[in-house]
Design a protein around this ligand. Structure first.
Ligand code: SAM
Length: 245
């Protein structure tokens, strides 16, 4: 349930200087509302993550949620896969996100089964991995580091291990890009964001987000070594892919 305090109003007032978007304490405090109202099919994607984990996870290793933010994916998995053999690790480099995530997961009796760590997902030693979740995070990794990260994740997975990847995407042609962007802005207006909020956030995200096309995402996964992959959810300029090693 969202209270007035949890509602995303970060770009509601005119700002004299728009600073590049980052995951500040203020963003963390309204993140769940921001994600729900800014990412089409966010709830459906979260549900798909928990379902895929339910079908694929064999309790032989760790499910890593990279860039876990407030821990929504981890929360849904913990609720769905109630087992004392479940092992979850969430990693995020924003301290306020880590704090919120620990609070959200604190309600489960998962002592020794869950770790929420603060750190950079590009510099992490992924031991005993069985599944990776990279939900709207690759878009924040610089283009030169994306292949390196995906390569690391592929190598860390056992055969049959799964990567669930979601990202904001761009379209193949300028014409479709403009169309999808226009329809996406309509979605945001319908979610209660004003034109000012939408345009100020768009400016803040410029040069912070480096989205790929669906084809580029597939190419990155293929180059990392994945041969079995498919889009599982797609709505407007947001795509979720399941890749199996
Ligand atoms: C859009 S949010 C992810 C949403 C979340 N996965 C979910 O499903 O609700 C992006 C998150 O990635 C984190 N992040 C971005 N780059 C990171 C990095 N290099 N290492 C760790 N966390 C990172 C941010 O702090 C932020 O919490």
């Amino acid at each position: 349930m969202n209270t007035e305090r949890d509602t995303d109003k970060i770009y509601e007032q005119p700002q004299s200087k728009i600073t590049p978007f980052s995951f500040t304490d203020e963003v963390a405090s309204v993140f769940d509302d921001m994600a729900r109202r800014s990412i089409p099919c966010y709830a459906q994607v979260q549900d798909a993550i928990a379902s895929v984990a339910g079908k694929c996870y064999k309790y032989n290793g760790v499910i890593y949620d990279l860039g876990c933010s407030t821990g929504t994916s981890l929360y849904n998995i913990a609720r769905r896969l109630q087992s004392n053999k479940l092992k979850l690790t969430g990693i995020d480099d924003a301290p306020a996100m880590v704090k919120q995530c620990r609070q959200k997961l604190g309600q489960f009796n998962l002592k020794g089964q869950i770790e929420i760590l603060q750190g950079d997902i590009s510099n992490f030693n992924y031991t005993h991995a069985e599944m990776f979740i990279l939900n709207y995070v690759l878009q924040f990794i610089s283009p030169d580091k994306k292949p390196v990260l995906l390569d690391t994740l592929y190598r860390a997975l056992p055969k049959g291990g799964v990567l669930f990847l979601s990202d904001k995407t761009i379209q193949e042609t300028e014409q479709l890009n403009t169309l999808f962007t226009d329809v996406y802005y309509e979605f945001k207006v319908n979610q209660g964001y004003s034109e000012l909020e939408i345009s100020q956030k768009r400016e803040a995200l410029e040069n912070v987000l480096t989205p790929c096309t669906d084809k580029e995402l597939m190419g990155l996964l293929k180059n990392a070594g994945f041969s079995s992959m498919e889009i599982i959810v797609k709505h407007l300029n947001f795509t979720s892919i399941v890749a199996v090693k």
